[in-house]
Design a protein around this ligand. Sequence first.
Ligand code: MG
Length: 397
Amino acid sequence: MKITQIDCHVLLVTDYDADACSSAQDDLVVVIHTDEGITGVGETDTNPWIARACIKAQGTHCMGRGLEEMLIGEDPMQPEAIWTKLYSGSKMTGRRGAVICAMGAIDMALWDIRGKALNQPVYQLLGGAVKEDITPYASLLPTGNTLDDYRHSLVDKAIAAKNMGFRAAKIEVCIKGPYTHNALREGDDAMVDLVAACREAVGPDMIMMVDVAYCWSNAKEALRVLNRLEPYDIFFLETPLDIDDLDGYAYLQTHSPVRIAAGEWQNTHWEFLDLADRGKVDVLQPDVGRVGGFTEAKKVAQIAADRGRLIVPHCWKSGIGIAASAHLCAATSCCPFIEYLPAELSESCLRRELADDGLTMIDGRLALPKRPGLGITLNADAIERFNADARHATVCG
Ligand SMILES: [Mg+2]
Protein backbone atom coordinates (compact mmCIF):
# COMPACT_ATOMS: atom_id res chain seq x y z
CA MET A 1 0.00 0.00 0.00
CA LYS A 2 1.17 3.52 -0.74
CA ILE A 3 0.17 6.97 0.47
CA THR A 4 -1.20 8.97 -2.46
CA GLN A 5 -2.70 12.17 -1.01
CA ILE A 6 -2.98 14.20 2.21
CA ASP A 7 -6.00 16.46 2.73
CA CYS A 8 -5.75 19.11 5.45
CA HIS A 9 -9.04 20.58 6.65
CA VAL A 10 -8.74 23.77 8.71
CA LEU A 11 -12.00 24.13 10.61
CA LEU A 12 -13.42 26.95 12.70
CA VAL A 13 -16.69 27.19 14.62
CA THR A 14 -19.09 29.85 13.45
CA ASP A 15 -19.50 31.47 16.87
CA TYR A 16 -15.75 31.82 17.43
CA ASP A 17 -14.82 33.90 20.51
CA ALA A 18 -11.23 35.09 20.92
CA ASP A 19 -11.71 35.66 24.68
CA ALA A 20 -12.74 32.06 25.34
CA CYS A 21 -10.10 29.69 26.70
CA SER A 22 -11.38 26.71 24.72
CA SER A 23 -9.23 25.28 21.94
CA ALA A 24 -12.22 23.25 20.72
CA GLN A 25 -13.18 26.21 18.54
CA ASP A 26 -10.88 25.22 15.69
CA ASP A 27 -9.31 22.05 14.36
CA LEU A 28 -6.94 20.58 11.82
CA VAL A 29 -8.30 17.33 10.44
CA VAL A 30 -5.91 15.33 8.29
CA VAL A 31 -7.23 12.69 5.88
CA ILE A 32 -4.62 10.41 4.33
CA HIS A 33 -5.52 8.55 1.13
CA THR A 34 -3.91 5.36 -0.21
CA ASP A 35 -3.72 3.55 -3.54
CA GLU A 36 -5.89 0.76 -2.07
CA GLY A 37 -8.77 3.10 -1.30
CA ILE A 38 -8.33 2.96 2.49
CA THR A 39 -8.30 6.37 4.15
CA GLY A 40 -7.16 7.36 7.63
CA VAL A 41 -8.25 10.32 9.78
CA GLY A 42 -6.36 12.26 12.45
CA GLU A 43 -6.61 15.61 14.19
CA THR A 44 -4.37 17.80 16.27
CA ASP A 45 -4.89 20.51 18.87
CA THR A 46 -2.78 23.50 17.92
CA ASN A 47 -3.14 26.49 15.61
CA PRO A 48 -4.57 24.65 12.57
CA TRP A 49 -3.24 27.08 9.94
CA ILE A 50 0.30 26.68 11.26
CA ALA A 51 0.01 22.89 11.50
CA ARG A 52 -1.29 22.75 7.93
CA ALA A 53 1.69 24.78 6.76
CA CYS A 54 4.03 22.30 8.46
CA ILE A 55 2.47 19.58 6.29
CA LYS A 56 2.08 21.45 3.01
CA ALA A 57 5.22 23.61 2.99
CA GLN A 58 8.01 22.71 0.60
CA GLY A 59 11.47 21.93 1.89
CA THR A 60 14.79 22.95 0.48
CA HIS A 61 17.25 20.48 2.01
CA CYS A 62 17.41 17.02 3.58
CA MET A 63 16.66 18.07 7.21
CA GLY A 64 14.37 20.99 6.45
CA ARG A 65 11.60 19.30 4.50
CA GLY A 66 7.80 19.60 4.52
CA LEU A 67 5.87 16.62 5.90
CA GLU A 68 3.67 15.95 2.86
CA GLU A 69 6.56 15.60 0.44
CA MET A 70 8.12 13.00 2.74
CA LEU A 71 4.86 11.03 3.00
CA ILE A 72 3.77 10.58 -0.60
CA GLY A 73 4.64 7.06 -1.78
CA GLU A 74 5.39 5.72 1.73
CA ASP A 75 3.81 2.52 3.07
CA PRO A 76 1.15 3.60 5.66
CA MET A 77 1.41 0.22 7.40
CA GLN A 78 4.73 1.38 8.92
CA PRO A 79 3.75 4.36 11.12
CA GLU A 80 6.80 4.10 13.39
CA ALA A 81 9.26 4.07 10.50
CA ILE A 82 7.39 7.00 8.96
CA TRP A 83 7.54 8.90 12.28
CA THR A 84 11.31 8.53 12.36
CA LYS A 85 11.59 9.68 8.75
CA LEU A 86 9.38 12.74 9.31
CA TYR A 87 11.13 13.67 12.56
CA SER A 88 14.57 13.45 11.03
CA GLY A 89 13.63 15.14 7.77
CA SER A 90 11.99 18.13 9.49
CA LYS A 91 14.45 18.44 12.35
CA MET A 92 15.78 21.90 11.58
CA THR A 93 12.27 23.43 11.71
CA GLY A 94 10.63 20.82 13.89
CA ARG A 95 11.68 18.58 16.82
CA ARG A 96 8.98 20.17 19.00
CA GLY A 97 6.02 22.53 18.63
CA ALA A 98 3.74 22.74 15.61
CA VAL A 99 5.64 20.24 13.45
CA ILE A 100 5.23 17.54 16.13
CA CYS A 101 1.53 18.43 16.51
CA ALA A 102 1.12 18.07 12.73
CA MET A 103 2.99 14.77 12.84
CA GLY A 104 0.57 13.69 15.58
CA ALA A 105 -2.43 14.11 13.27
CA ILE A 106 -0.58 12.22 10.54
CA ASP A 107 0.45 9.40 12.87
CA MET A 108 -3.13 9.08 14.17
CA ALA A 109 -4.35 8.74 10.58
CA LEU A 110 -1.68 6.13 9.76
CA TRP A 111 -2.68 3.93 12.73
CA ASP A 112 -6.30 4.35 11.58
CA ILE A 113 -5.32 3.08 8.12
CA ARG A 114 -3.31 0.21 9.60
CA GLY A 115 -6.22 -0.85 11.79
CA LYS A 116 -8.66 -0.71 8.87
CA ALA A 117 -6.30 -2.70 6.64
CA LEU A 118 -5.86 -5.39 9.32
CA ASN A 119 -9.53 -5.21 10.37
CA GLN A 120 -8.53 -4.51 13.98
CA PRO A 121 -9.25 -1.66 16.39
CA VAL A 122 -6.15 0.46 16.99
CA TYR A 123 -5.78 -0.69 20.62
CA GLN A 124 -5.14 -4.23 19.35
CA LEU A 125 -2.16 -2.90 17.37
CA LEU A 126 -0.89 -1.10 20.50
CA GLY A 127 -0.55 -4.41 22.33
CA GLY A 128 -4.18 -5.33 22.97
CA ALA A 129 -6.69 -4.47 25.67
CA VAL A 130 -5.55 -4.60 29.29
CA LYS A 131 -9.00 -3.68 30.67
CA GLU A 132 -12.62 -4.48 30.00
CA ASP A 133 -13.80 -0.91 29.61
CA ILE A 134 -12.65 2.70 29.74
CA THR A 135 -13.62 5.26 32.38
CA PRO A 136 -14.12 8.74 30.94
CA TYR A 137 -14.05 11.82 33.10
CA ALA A 138 -16.38 14.58 32.02
CA SER A 139 -14.37 17.72 31.28
CA LEU A 140 -16.45 20.73 32.25
CA LEU A 141 -15.77 24.24 31.01
CA PRO A 142 -18.39 26.70 32.27
CA THR A 143 -19.74 29.76 30.50
CA GLY A 144 -20.26 33.22 31.96
CA ASN A 145 -18.65 36.65 32.01
CA THR A 146 -18.89 37.17 35.77
CA LEU A 147 -17.74 34.99 38.65
CA ASP A 148 -21.33 34.43 39.69
CA ASP A 149 -22.39 33.23 36.22
CA TYR A 150 -19.25 31.09 35.99
CA ARG A 151 -20.02 29.47 39.36
CA HIS A 152 -23.63 28.68 38.43
CA SER A 153 -22.62 27.26 35.07
CA LEU A 154 -19.88 25.11 36.61
CA VAL A 155 -22.08 23.71 39.36
CA ASP A 156 -24.89 23.04 36.86
CA LYS A 157 -22.51 21.18 34.55
CA ALA A 158 -21.08 19.13 37.42
CA ILE A 159 -24.59 18.06 38.42
CA ALA A 160 -25.48 17.36 34.77
CA ALA A 161 -22.38 15.16 34.39
CA LYS A 162 -23.32 13.21 37.50
CA ASN A 163 -26.86 12.76 36.21
CA MET A 164 -25.49 11.51 32.88
CA GLY A 165 -23.80 8.72 34.80
CA PHE A 166 -20.18 9.96 34.81
CA ARG A 167 -18.15 8.59 37.71
CA ALA A 168 -15.57 11.35 37.42
CA ALA A 169 -15.50 14.97 36.33
CA LYS A 170 -12.92 17.70 35.98
CA ILE A 171 -13.88 21.28 36.67
CA GLU A 172 -12.10 24.00 34.75
CA VAL A 173 -11.39 26.76 37.25
CA CYS A 174 -9.88 29.24 34.81
CA ILE A 175 -10.44 32.47 36.72
CA LYS A 176 -6.95 33.93 37.00
CA GLY A 177 -3.62 33.79 35.24
CA PRO A 178 -2.73 33.76 31.53
CA TYR A 179 -5.32 31.16 30.45
CA THR A 180 -8.27 32.81 32.17
CA HIS A 181 -11.79 32.53 30.80
CA ASN A 182 -13.44 35.67 29.37
CA ALA A 183 -10.82 37.90 31.04
CA LEU A 184 -11.94 36.96 34.58
CA ARG A 185 -9.51 38.17 37.25
CA GLU A 186 -10.39 36.52 40.52
CA GLY A 187 -8.46 35.49 43.62
CA ASP A 188 -7.63 32.26 45.39
CA ASP A 189 -10.62 32.53 47.74
CA ALA A 190 -12.93 32.37 44.72
CA MET A 191 -11.03 29.33 43.47
CA VAL A 192 -11.45 27.45 46.75
CA ASP A 193 -15.10 28.46 46.86
CA LEU A 194 -15.75 27.09 43.34
CA VAL A 195 -14.14 23.75 44.20
CA ALA A 196 -16.11 23.55 47.46
CA ALA A 197 -19.38 24.38 45.68
CA CYS A 198 -18.84 21.66 43.07
CA ARG A 199 -17.87 19.08 45.68
CA GLU A 200 -20.97 19.89 47.66
CA ALA A 201 -23.12 19.67 44.53
CA VAL A 202 -21.89 16.24 43.37
CA GLY A 203 -21.45 14.67 46.80
CA PRO A 204 -18.53 12.66 48.17
CA ASP A 205 -18.58 9.68 45.79
CA MET A 206 -17.86 11.33 42.46
CA ILE A 207 -14.20 11.51 41.53
CA MET A 208 -13.27 15.17 40.98
CA MET A 209 -10.31 16.74 39.23
CA VAL A 210 -9.49 20.45 39.02
CA ASP A 211 -7.75 22.31 36.17
CA VAL A 212 -6.41 25.74 37.15
CA ALA A 213 -4.67 26.41 33.81
CA TYR A 214 -1.22 27.69 34.85
CA CYS A 215 -2.69 30.27 37.22
CA TRP A 216 0.02 30.64 39.89
CA SER A 217 3.32 32.37 39.34
CA ASN A 218 5.35 30.25 41.76
CA ALA A 219 5.21 26.98 43.66
CA LYS A 220 4.84 28.45 47.16
CA GLU A 221 1.83 30.50 46.11
CA ALA A 222 0.34 27.35 44.56
CA LEU A 223 1.04 25.24 47.64
CA ARG A 224 -0.89 27.60 49.91
CA VAL A 225 -4.03 26.96 47.85
CA LEU A 226 -3.37 23.23 47.34
CA ASN A 227 -3.32 22.87 51.12
CA ARG A 228 -6.71 24.58 51.31
CA LEU A 229 -8.10 22.22 48.64
CA GLU A 230 -7.12 19.03 50.46
CA PRO A 231 -10.49 18.59 52.26
CA TYR A 232 -12.35 18.42 48.91
CA ASP A 233 -10.79 15.08 47.87
CA ILE A 234 -9.34 16.13 44.51
CA PHE A 235 -7.98 13.25 42.38
CA PHE A 236 -5.51 15.59 40.68
CA LEU A 237 -4.91 19.28 40.21
CA GLU A 238 -3.86 20.13 36.68
CA THR A 239 -1.21 22.61 35.56
CA PRO A 240 -0.76 24.80 38.65
CA LEU A 241 2.38 26.46 37.25
CA ASP A 242 3.88 27.61 33.98
CA ILE A 243 4.87 24.49 32.10
CA ASP A 244 8.52 25.54 31.89
CA ASP A 245 8.82 25.76 35.69
CA LEU A 246 9.78 22.10 36.10
CA ASP A 247 11.59 22.74 39.39
CA GLY A 248 8.40 24.34 40.72
CA TYR A 249 6.48 21.19 39.72
CA ALA A 250 9.03 19.04 41.53
CA TYR A 251 8.62 21.18 44.67
CA LEU A 252 4.84 20.70 44.54
CA GLN A 253 5.17 16.97 44.03
CA THR A 254 7.14 16.82 47.27
CA HIS A 255 4.93 19.13 49.34
CA SER A 256 1.40 19.12 47.89
CA PRO A 257 -1.32 17.03 49.56
CA VAL A 258 -3.03 16.82 46.15
CA ARG A 259 -1.65 14.87 43.14
CA ILE A 260 -0.28 17.12 40.39
CA ALA A 261 -1.04 16.58 36.69
CA ALA A 262 0.53 18.20 33.61
CA GLY A 263 1.57 17.46 30.06
CA GLU A 264 -1.22 18.68 27.77
CA TRP A 265 1.21 20.78 25.72
CA GLN A 266 4.21 18.46 25.72
CA ASN A 267 5.56 17.36 22.35
CA THR A 268 7.39 14.03 22.01
CA HIS A 269 8.22 11.53 24.75
CA TRP A 270 11.45 13.43 25.38
CA GLU A 271 9.50 16.32 26.88
CA PHE A 272 7.66 13.81 29.05
CA LEU A 273 10.96 12.42 30.29
CA ASP A 274 11.77 15.93 31.55
CA LEU A 275 8.28 16.32 33.04
CA ALA A 276 8.51 12.97 34.82
CA ASP A 277 12.14 13.06 35.96
CA ARG A 278 12.88 16.72 36.59
CA GLY A 279 9.28 17.89 37.19
CA LYS A 280 8.37 14.67 39.09
CA VAL A 281 4.78 15.07 37.91
CA ASP A 282 2.44 12.34 39.24
CA VAL A 283 -0.05 12.25 36.36
CA LEU A 284 1.24 12.66 32.81
CA GLN A 285 -1.32 14.01 30.34
CA PRO A 286 -0.23 13.33 26.77
CA ASP A 287 -2.58 14.65 24.11
CA VAL A 288 -2.35 12.01 21.37
CA GLY A 289 -2.23 14.62 18.61
CA ARG A 290 0.15 17.08 20.27
CA VAL A 291 2.60 14.52 21.59
CA GLY A 292 3.19 13.20 18.07
CA GLY A 293 0.53 10.50 17.70
CA PHE A 294 0.18 6.97 19.03
CA THR A 295 3.82 6.28 18.19
CA GLU A 296 4.92 8.77 20.85
CA ALA A 297 1.96 8.40 23.23
CA LYS A 298 2.75 4.74 23.86
CA LYS A 299 6.31 5.70 24.82
CA VAL A 300 4.85 8.17 27.33
CA ALA A 301 2.70 5.38 28.74
CA GLN A 302 5.87 3.33 29.19
CA ILE A 303 7.63 6.26 30.92
CA ALA A 304 4.73 6.43 33.40
CA ALA A 305 4.65 2.66 33.91
CA ASP A 306 8.39 2.47 34.53
CA ARG A 307 8.11 5.10 37.28
CA GLY A 308 4.86 4.01 38.93
CA ARG A 309 3.04 7.11 37.66
CA LEU A 310 -0.26 7.50 35.83
CA ILE A 311 -1.22 8.80 32.43
CA VAL A 312 -4.58 10.47 31.82
CA PRO A 313 -4.65 11.65 28.19
CA HIS A 314 -5.59 15.25 27.49
CA CYS A 315 -8.21 15.78 24.79
CA TRP A 316 -10.10 18.95 24.00
CA LYS A 317 -11.16 18.55 20.41
CA SER A 318 -13.65 16.38 18.59
CA GLY A 319 -14.67 12.73 18.60
CA ILE A 320 -11.54 11.92 16.58
CA GLY A 321 -9.15 12.74 19.43
CA ILE A 322 -11.47 11.22 22.03
CA ALA A 323 -11.46 7.93 20.11
CA ALA A 324 -7.64 8.11 19.95
CA SER A 325 -7.48 8.58 23.74
CA ALA A 326 -9.82 5.63 24.23
CA HIS A 327 -7.63 3.28 22.16
CA LEU A 328 -4.51 4.41 24.03
CA CYS A 329 -6.25 3.91 27.37
CA ALA A 330 -7.55 0.45 26.43
CA ALA A 331 -3.98 -0.74 25.87
CA THR A 332 -2.43 1.03 28.91
CA SER A 333 -2.77 -0.33 32.44
CA CYS A 334 -1.51 2.84 34.18
CA CYS A 335 -4.24 4.93 32.50
CA PRO A 336 -7.27 5.09 34.85
CA PHE A 337 -9.27 7.75 32.94
CA ILE A 338 -9.52 9.59 29.66
CA GLU A 339 -10.55 13.20 29.31
CA TYR A 340 -13.96 13.27 27.67
CA LEU A 341 -15.91 16.32 26.54
CA PRO A 342 -19.57 15.31 26.80
CA ALA A 343 -21.07 16.55 23.52
CA GLU A 344 -24.26 17.55 25.33
CA LEU A 345 -22.33 19.84 27.70
CA SER A 346 -19.84 21.23 25.19
CA GLU A 347 -20.20 24.66 23.63
CA SER A 348 -18.23 23.53 20.59
CA CYS A 349 -20.11 22.60 17.41
CA LEU A 350 -17.00 20.69 16.33
CA ARG A 351 -17.26 18.41 19.36
CA ARG A 352 -20.96 17.91 18.74
CA GLU A 353 -20.98 17.57 14.97
CA LEU A 354 -17.62 16.77 13.40
CA ALA A 355 -17.33 13.06 14.13
CA ASP A 356 -19.11 10.16 15.76
CA ASP A 357 -16.52 8.80 18.19
CA GLY A 358 -18.05 5.31 18.07
CA LEU A 359 -18.07 5.14 21.88
CA THR A 360 -21.05 4.25 24.03
CA MET A 361 -21.21 5.03 27.75
CA ILE A 362 -23.06 2.61 29.98
CA ASP A 363 -23.07 3.14 33.73
CA GLY A 364 -20.23 5.67 33.49
CA ARG A 365 -17.96 3.43 31.43
CA LEU A 366 -17.16 3.18 27.73
CA ALA A 367 -17.18 -0.23 26.09
CA LEU A 368 -14.00 -1.04 24.17
CA PRO A 369 -14.29 0.21 20.58
CA LYS A 370 -15.10 -2.60 18.17
CA ARG A 371 -14.76 -1.05 14.73
CA PRO A 372 -11.43 -1.32 12.85
CA GLY A 373 -8.99 1.56 13.05
CA LEU A 374 -10.05 4.50 15.21
CA GLY A 375 -13.66 3.51 14.67
CA ILE A 376 -14.86 7.05 14.08
CA THR A 377 -17.23 8.33 11.43
CA LEU A 378 -16.38 11.72 9.99
CA ASN A 379 -19.30 14.01 9.15
CA ALA A 380 -18.52 15.22 5.62
CA ASP A 381 -21.19 17.88 5.87
CA ALA A 382 -19.53 19.36 9.00
CA ILE A 383 -16.13 19.38 7.26
CA GLU A 384 -17.77 21.48 4.57
CA ARG A 385 -19.70 23.80 6.89
CA PHE A 386 -16.82 24.60 9.25
CA ASN A 387 -14.24 25.10 6.51
CA ALA A 388 -12.30 28.11 7.79
CA ASP A 389 -11.05 29.13 4.35
CA ALA A 390 -14.48 29.27 2.77
CA ARG A 391 -16.13 30.90 5.82
CA HIS A 392 -19.52 30.11 4.39
CA ALA A 393 -20.62 28.29 7.53
CA THR A 394 -23.81 29.72 8.91
CA VAL A 395 -25.47 27.12 11.11
CA CYS A 396 -24.26 25.94 14.50
CA GLY A 397 -26.91 23.42 15.52
MG1 MG B 1 -5.89 21.71 30.84
